[in-house]
Design a protein around this ligand. Sequence first.
Ligand code: HEC
Ligand SMILES: [Cu+2]
Length: 398
Amino acid sequence: MNTTHRHSGTRRSRWALAPLAVLATALLTGCQQAQQGLSIGDMSSAFNREIAWMSIWAVALSIIIFLGVSFALFYTVQKFREDKHDAPPAQFHGNNKLEVWLVAVPVVIVIFLSVLTVRSMAILNPTPDQATKIDVLAKQFWWNFEYPTIKADAGGNVANGNEMLMPTKQPVALTVTSGDVIHGFWAPNIGGQRAAMPAVKKTWQVDTDRAGVYQGNCSQLCGASHANMRYKVVALEQARYDATLAAMKAYRAPEPAAGSPEALGYQLFMQGKPETKAASCAGCHRIQGTPAAGVVGPDLSFFGTRRTLGAGMWEGEKAREMLIPWLKHAPHVKPGALMPTYDGSEYRANGKLQKGGVLTDEEINALAAYLRSLKLPEEADYWRDVPVIGASGNGGTQ
Ligand code: HEC
Ligand SMILES: [Cu+2]
């Protein structure tokens, strides 16, 4: 019996190491990927400052309770040691005074903590009428950010996929919802976290004092590419924000010159290629100022200005490099991505095996050229000169 015991002991300790190994691997690979950090302690956000003050009170109270309970424990153990007393100590059952205290003190503590919480909620929850409004749509595995009060000259509301623009130094009212399963909006530098639920719209506010590019992630396990469901929040000073949104409002996708690769890209985007069963991109994507008005995938109106691809899966140079593989077979480079393949390969969408249509390399290149031409004017490039907050090699988070 003893041997079995020892045996299961070693086995258990070996299993106990497994999570550690996983954690170590995660940390090591995390370091290699140079990803932008998240900070729940970013004091540039009034939201976070409010939470921090509340936490200081709550933590101080916990420390007092901890010291009080420890003192009572040590005192009792010391005072009523068995070797000093032969008979059992006096019992306090029926001691009304003591029992009243034991109920009253925790009730006061709980009331104090609830007042703190409710006070913070009251400060953070109202969304003033003049707040900038952004509708956030979460879907497997990407985000769309729509500006419901900004009507584009070319029709529809201004919207951007996977990169959210907001002004600094004022509350921004986000209305979050989901088009399929439950997701979580979480960009901790600018405020709290909210579940994005299908058929439910929740509004709350976020803010930051500091212009910068911030990282956002999906915080609710939602499927194969949950960890690749990322986004950027670009906070701009008010004047620059206004100018950028004005440029977005006035934007019309450029018309490609006849005979150029972009013109071929445009035509394939709008019509697909029925002969080889290549679905039209316009059925799923919107490009402001063109007939493309699809809402099954992210808005691509300003794709040429964006610096991320695959909902923040790749950034910068890597995002540029991955565009061709993405267009050929998105679900092979991003697990579970609900965009068809265009190299004729098989992929699984919502559990069903499918086969994509076929485009030639020249056609894929033409599509890439067209997408890259979808650019805001130079002065409205919202990435230019905006510090990336929490990038590795940039002094860490904050
Ligand atoms: C059946 C709908 C559908 C069709 C058709 C489709 N897409 Fe997509 N596309 C999506 C979805 C969904 C995503 C988001 C995938 C993800 O990130 O998980 C996406 C993402 C993208 C992205 C990446 C956007 C970003 O910022 O991450 C690009 C670029 C793109 N599609 C271009 C195209 C082009 C070009 C075509 C036509 C050749 C096309 N799509 C056809 C659904 C579609
Ligand atoms: Cu998600």
